[in-house]
Design a protein around this ligand. Structure first.
Ligand code: ZN
Length: 178
């Protein structure tokens, strides 16, 4: 689901320039503007049934994303985690192991790609309360983090594919993998 109607937030689609820019650092996390944007993003990702969303996807070029992994129609095998706002994220350390797995994107409708990502990363970021966190992430959660961080640097998962043969229709993906 990529198009929303009524008073829902619409999502930037591949080709929009906001998805190709380096997003700006946030300097006032506790300010109304940032807190409101986080709430909007939480709502948008929940309505769209995604496991993550980055601020550029709702046309705000700032370094914030939401991770909210849970099993869903879009991602049946996703682990459950509380929706978390990630602000000014950085990856401090990458594992040497890289794994390929399927990803979709609310800004790249109807497609899935087999994307190589680091299997384990050490990250730091600020949370919605303005506290700095450092964590080791693995597996699907590490994958979401890398996917969403790419959005803040003007990249989509398509830019990470090793081959265009690793890009398939979502209809085929559902038939083959669910
Ligand atoms: Zn995405």
């Amino acid at each position: 689901m990529n198009q929303t109607k009524g008073n829902a937030v619409s999502l930037a689609q591949l080709g929009h320039t906001v998805l190709r820019q380096r997003a700006a650092e946030v300097d006032n996390i506790l300010g109304d503007e940032c807190q409101h944007l986080i709430n909007q993003m939480m709502l948008a990702v929940s309505k769209a049934g995604g496991v993550g969303i980055a601020a550029p996807q709702i046309y705000h070029s700032v370094r914030i994303f939401i991770m909210c992994s849970k099993p869903s129609v879009r991602y049946p095998d996703a682990p459950l985690m509380a929706p978390t706002a990630i602000i000014n994220p950085e990856i401090l350390h990458y594992s040497s192991e890289i794994v390929k797995d399927w990803e979709g994107c609310l800004s790249v409708p109807s497609m899935r790609g087999l994307v190589p990502r680091y299997s384990q990363i050490t990250v730091c970021y600020f949370d919605q309360e303005g506290n700095k966190n450092q964590k080791k992430l693995t597996g699907f959660i590490a994958r979401i983090f890398q996917h969403e961080l790419d959005h803040l640097n003007g990249l989509t998962f398509i830019d990470r594919l090793e081959s265009t043969k690793d890009l398939i229709s979502e209809v085929e993906w559902y038939q083959q993998f669910t």
